[in-house]
Every structure is written in C-alpha cells, then in structure tokens.
Design a protein around this ligand. Structure first.
Ligand SMILES: Nc1ncnc2c1ncn2[C@@H]1O[C@H](COP(=O)(O)OP(=O)(O)O)[C@@H](O)[C@H]1O
Ligand SMILES: [Mg+2]
Length: 430
C-alpha cells in the first residue's frame, strides 16, 4: 500500500488503525498538500444503504468549519475502495498523551479539554452529534490547537465496527448509558463520553474497566463511577465534581450542553485564582486515605539581637530575671491540620499568577529526566516545583514582628539593668 497511488493521492505512510479501517498519510498530488486518508473496511461499505448513510454523515461533518474540528475534505471512491479524506494533523491524540505520560496534570489538561468542548459545542449547535467521543478522536496539534475528529462515522458503522486483531473495540469504554441501551441519543450522550475522556485524561484511568465488554456496559448503566481521585489524588474537588456530574446516568442530570460543562471548569479556575493557590492539590477530594507526608518544619526564627551599648558597665550580681515567653504564634489557616483531608498533601504554596503559555509554543512531548517540563515553558512551575516547600508569606510577617518585640523588650531590660547599676553604684559611693 505504501508508495501506491489511489486516485489523486499518493500513500506515504500508515498513521494508525481503528475500528473502521486503516488511516494513511498521503499527499494530494493535485493540490500538493498532505492529507489523512481513512480507507474503510470492505464490510462497512458493502451494502448500498450503509454507504448512503456514510455519505450523509460525511456531508454533515463537511459543514463543520471550526478551529477545533478536523476538516473533512471528501468522501470518495477510488481503486474500488471507499475512503474518507481529511485534514492531516501533526501531533498526538489524547490517547497517545495518556499512554506516554499517564495522568495529565489538570493545569495542562483542562485548557486542552476546553478546546475540545468548543469544537463539540459548535457541532451540537449545528445539529451534529459525534457519538464516538474518546481520547483517540481528540487530537492535540503541534500548533497547540485541539481538534475533534471522526464525527458521526460511528453512528453509521454502529455494531458493524471491525475489531482490531488482538485489541478490544474500545468504544464501549466511552459509551453513554443511553447508547448501551440503544435509546435515542442527543448531545448529552457526547457529554457523558466527554466526561469519561476527561476522567481518563486527568487520572490515567477510565471509571469502568473490565475484560468483559458486557460488564463495562452494565457498569455504564448501573454502577456509580468511583471518583477519579481514586486513581490519581491531585485533582481539585471542583474538577472531580464536574467530571462526576457529566457522568450522571440520567441525561437530564448531566450538563445539558458543552457550554455548561466549560463553565463548570471555568468556575474551578476562578476559585483557584481567588484562593491564590493555583497548582495546590489540597482542594482534591480524597477518596482513599493515603499516608500524610510530614509537614515541613517552620524556618527557625532568628534570635533577637540586643541593642548595641557603648562601653557597657560591669554586670551586676546575678539576679533572677523573668524569662520572656513569646506569645503563642498565630498559625496561618493553611498550616492547620485539616482533618477531612486524608489524602497525601504536598505543602501549600502561594504562587504568583502566571500567564498561560501561548498556544503557539505548545508542543506536546514526553518529558525526559533533566529537561524542562514541556508544557510549562513560560514560567509555569512543574508540579514538583509547585509542590516544593516554601515559606508562607504570613510566616515571614510573624518573624518580623518577633524581631521588633524582642528588640523593644531587650531595650527595656537593658535600661532597667543600667538603672539598677546606677542605684548600686550610688549606694556604694555613699
Ligand atoms: N487526520 C488525521 N491526522 C493524523 N493522524 C490521524 C488522523 N486521523 C486518524 N489518525 C491516526 O490514526 C489512528 C487511527 O484512527 P481511527 O481509525 O479513527 O481509529 P481510532 O479513532 O479508533 O483510534 C488515530 O489514533 C490517529 O493516531
Ligand atoms: Mg478515530
């Protein structure tokens, strides 16, 4: 296949294999541009009525002209094979990101996910339901743009999807309860599949995993999903809440559209900004108790320096001097042990708010040891840096007030001592 020509297209390399066929990178020799060609498996196009439905779906997708949707160029037949010709994308899918890096830090995952919400929200407003939302159908381009792919194709393929040899069909992991029960679906079915996608993006796991497709489908309908913090604890409570809301079994209880989903995630960002704790995983809703790491000891307070006295008189005979006992140190709220948080908590740090990295420089890639984190190039701290111990602002203010108190008390004490010496000296001279 590689190197061969199909119509105007010269096949260059295989990009991947999915449930409906093989995807190739090709060059459109007429227009001199790269394209991705999905050659549909023969059994999917054998029946004329199926072919007609594919064409209808392709027409619907071709109308979707949006930054966050992969452009469909054509649906055509060449060399006896039916194929979908689409925009060639360079980058990685959400699925590949998760495979390579595990859970994606929410600070990075949420902005990418929100782009997918924008693409899908546009499609819904245009009356197109995706029906096969999953991490492998969401692409993060080198340019930083996120693109949703493969609209509507699953609707036509339905149960006829071809299982890849040795792999599971995959789609059942992201199916909505109404899809499992073969009920009519609307945009809210995509919301559910998006919820599973976000769940996996931030935790590295899907909520329902089993070797049995039947079990997974049953779980979609009946089993409440465990919170994603079971798999990865550092997910803020608001994000956990949004994910679980999108996974409500009853479509009426989910977000009703992508905008609502996006607003819930925006609200989370606003809360974090107000708290001034962006990057602080304390807000994560714990599900499984994890041992608390020891809290860092507060930095030592510098001992008070006595005021300098020129030519001090000889010290008087030792007298019992009352010891200064400092008042109890008011602890900043974040330092108090939080009983309800049973999850492993790195120390809190108040971070200055950083501008988001410009999308144009975003380049998803694997992080190698010793190299800067690829997605925090503009002064964003890596999670390790963000969670490193730091001196809270409140504490350094306390240190300053101690110094002042010690200085004043020291001065008073010294004055009393000098006064006593003078008294004694006067008494002896008499
Ligand atoms: N337009 C595209 N540009 C670049 N790569 C693509 C494109 N479409 C699909 N791919 C690659 O081909 C793989 C298989 O795609 P697909 O047949 O849709 O199966 P699935 O979505 O089930 O993984 C994808 O995971 C992706 O890596
Ligand atoms: Mg796909």
């Amino acid at each position: 296949m590689i190197g061969s020509r199909i119509g105007n297209y010269k096949i260059l390399e295989e990009l991947g294999r999915g449930g409906m066929g093989v995807v190739y990178k090709a060059v459109d020799t007429g227009l001199d541009r790269f394209v991705a060609i999905k050659i549909l498996a023969d059994q999917l196009t054998a029946k004329p009525e199926l072919l007609e439905r594919f064409r209808t779906e392709a027409k619907a997708q071709a109308r979707l002209n949006h930054t966050n949707i992969a452009t469909l160029h054509s649906f055509e037949q060449a060399g006896g094979r039916w194929m979908i010709v689409m925009e060639y994308l360079e980058g990685v899918t959400f699925e590949q990101m998760i495979e390579r890096r595990g859970p994606i830090p929410w600070q990075e995952a949420i902005p990418l996910f929100k782009q997918a919400l924008m693409g899908l929200g546009f499609a819904h407003r245009m009356g197109v339901i995706h029906r096969d939302i999953k991490p492998s159908n969401i692409f993060v381009c080198r340019t930083g743009y996120v693109k949703v792919m493969d609209f509507g194709v699953a609707k036509v393929a339905g149960a006829r999807q071809v299982t890849r040899a040795g792999t599971r069909m995959g789609t059942v992991l992201y199916m909505s309860p109404e899809q499992v029960e073969s009920q009519p679906v609307d945009a809210r079915s995509d919301i559910y599949s998006l919820g599973i996608t976000l769940y996996q993006f931030v935790s590295g796991h899907v909520p329902f995993e089993s070797d049995s497709d039947y079990q997974v489908m049953n779980d979609h309908v009946k089993t409440p999903p465990p919170p994603p913090t079971r798999f990865y604890p550092h997910i803020p409570a608001q994000i956990v809440g949004a994910v679980l809301h999108s996974l409500s079994k009853n479509p009426r209880e989910r977000f009703q559209n992508c905008e609502e989903f996006g607003k819930a995630l925006d609200a989370h960002e606003a809360i974090e900004k107000k708290r001034g704790t962006i990057g602080d995983p304390r807000a994560a809703a714990p599900s499984v108790p994890v041992a608390q790491p020891p809290r860092p000891a507060p930095p030592p307070v510098a001992p008070p320096q006595p005021p300098r006295v020129v030519a001090p008189p000889p010290p008087p005979p030792p007298r019992p001097v009352p010891q200064y006992v400092p008042p109890p140190v008011p602890q900043p709220p974040a330092q108090r042990p939080v009983q309800s948080l049973a999850v492993s908590q790195p120390p809190q740090r108040t971070l200055p708010q950083q501008p988001a990295p410009p999308q144009s420089v975003y380049m998803p890639q694997m992080q190698r040891p010793g190299t800067p984190h690829p997605t925090y190039p503009q002064g964003f701290a890596t999670p390790q840096q963000q969670y490193a111990p730091a001196v809270p602002v409140q504490q350094s203010k306390n240190s300053a007030s101690y110094m002042l108190t010690y200085a004043i008390l020291g001065g008073i004490g010294l004055t009393i001592i000098i006064f006593l010496i003078c008294l004694l000296a006067g008494a002896f001279s008499d």
